[in-house]
Design a protein around this ligand. Structure first.
Ligand code: MLT
Length: 400
């Protein structure tokens, strides 16, 4: 008899964004004449910038000539791209060796796969609410998960799990879903804890490009000692519009120690290298040319314009929701707004209400964890006219 992974019984029947898509499709089917406005999944909508398009074309062209054709590349990524990513860190005073940077086909896959190099007996601490991938992948692997509440009372920054075992700690800033950001001092609390306890922090920095205040750290490595205890996952998805193109990276420092674990420096880097070379054949060579273009000065200036556009959307959503009388968090250094649900409705109840009355799709807070109950996430990715239409519809049609 074939045995299936019984841990599938430990997670919800469908992944949060699949469930949102399913419910949205059902509503659309029963209301074929209604225009539904989607502010649910954080999916980019604006065209890639011209410099990236030129880079992608260059990647395609290279494949058309025998002199420049390439087949399999390095599983760890094009050395030029690894170096360019290291260059971006350098600007923030973080020195990384290219060998510490692993290019991938996206941060989602890396944040799902990274747990596979750690033992099943490790206890995993996760912000609650959190991007569901961290919890689901660890439950599917059979690990115990402990939760770090992120509430309005603590400005959506978790308390260090003092007195509790937390071997692997997932942190994401700017945060998905709350839109909160972390100061250097706050991150230092976790770095100090991890170094003392021998924990490893898995730091998701997918939204760092949305930070507009220079004092807010873009990377956990801006905190001294973090290279000894943190792995960082980065993404081109939201910063360069690569949600469909797919490109990301993971930094596994040579200095990573993991304190109480019997690890020699460099061992985790070697394990991730072993994992990637075995399970992965490298990101697309065309896409990596696009990534390289995104990191040129011109590419970065153009990408910044698109980021500013989305953040202007965030401002429009925030103002509209506040005018409607809602309490809203986030949306200042992050593309997500985290609204408090006023009535006694559950997050999914509010999802249905906003969809039925305003024809707007959002993301129910409880889909991100128990402490997300009572909240509702709006994504600011969208065409300006749709964002304005959605906000106007909420203001005019949602009955609070
Ligand atoms: C989100 O909406 O939370 C993200 O777009 C999902 C993702 O990046 O995979």
């Amino acid at each position: 008899m074939i045995q299936v992974n019984e841990n599938y019984g430990e997670v919800a029947g469908s992944y949060l964004f699949s469930e949102i898509a399913k419910r949205t499709a059902a509503f659309q089917e029963s209301h074929p004449d209604v225009k539904v406005m989607k502010l649910g999944i954080g999916n980019t909508t604006e065209p890639l910038c011209p410099t990236i398009i030129a880079g992608l074309h260059k990647g395609v062209e290279k494949l058309s000539k025998v002199e420049t054709y390439s087949g399999y590349g390095a599983e760890q990524g094009d050395p030029r791209l690894r170096k360019a990513i290291a260059g971006v860190y350098q600007e923030r005073g973080v020195n990384l060796d290219s060998g510490e940077i692993f290019v991938s086909d996206g941060a989602k896959c890396d944040s799902a796969n990274i747990q596979s190099i750690f033992g099943l007996e490790n206890i995993v601490a996760v912000q609650d609410p959190a991007y569901p991938v961290y919890v689901d992948t660890n439950l599917l692997s059979g690990r115990e998960v402990t939760y770090l509440p992120c509430l309005a009372e603590n400005d959506f920054f978790p308390q260090v799990p003092n007195g509790r075992r937390a071997d692997l700690i997932y942190l994401c800033f700017p945060n998905n879903p709350t839109g909160a950001v972390a100061t250097k001092e706050q991150l230092k609390e976790f770095v100090d804890f991890a170094r003392e306890e021998g924990s490893i922090i898995l730091y998701d920095t997918a939204y760092s490009a949305f930070i507009s205040d220079d004092d807010i750290p873009r990377s956990i490595y801006e905190v001294g000692g973090a290279k000894e205890c943190a792995i960082e996952i980065g993404s081109f998805s939201k910063s360069a519009g690569f949600t469909g193109v797919r490109l990301g990276w993971t930094v596994v420092p040579f200095d990573l120690k993991g304190g109480q674990f019997p690890l020699e420096g460099g061992q985790v880097n070697g394990m991730w290298n072993r994992r990637q070379t075995t399970f992965f054949n490298g990101a697309s060579n065309i896409v990596q040319e696009g990534g390289l273009a995104a990191l040129t000065p011109e590419g970065r200036t153009e990408c910044q314009e698109t980021i500013d556009y989305y953040m202007q959307n965030a401002r429009i959503i925030r103002e509209g929701l506040v005018e409607k009388g809602l309490n809203v968090h986030g949306g200042v250094h992050a593309p997500y707004l985290w609204a408090e649900i006023p009535s006694g409705l559950t997050s999914w109840g509010f999802f249905d209400k906003v969809l039925e009355e305003a024809h707007v799709v959002g993301a129910p807070g409880s889909g991100f964890g128990n402490n997300g109950e009572g909240y509702f996430r709006f994504s600011s990715f969208g065409h300006r006219e749709n964002i304005i239409e959605a906000v106007e519809s909420i203001k005019a049609n949602l009955k609070l």
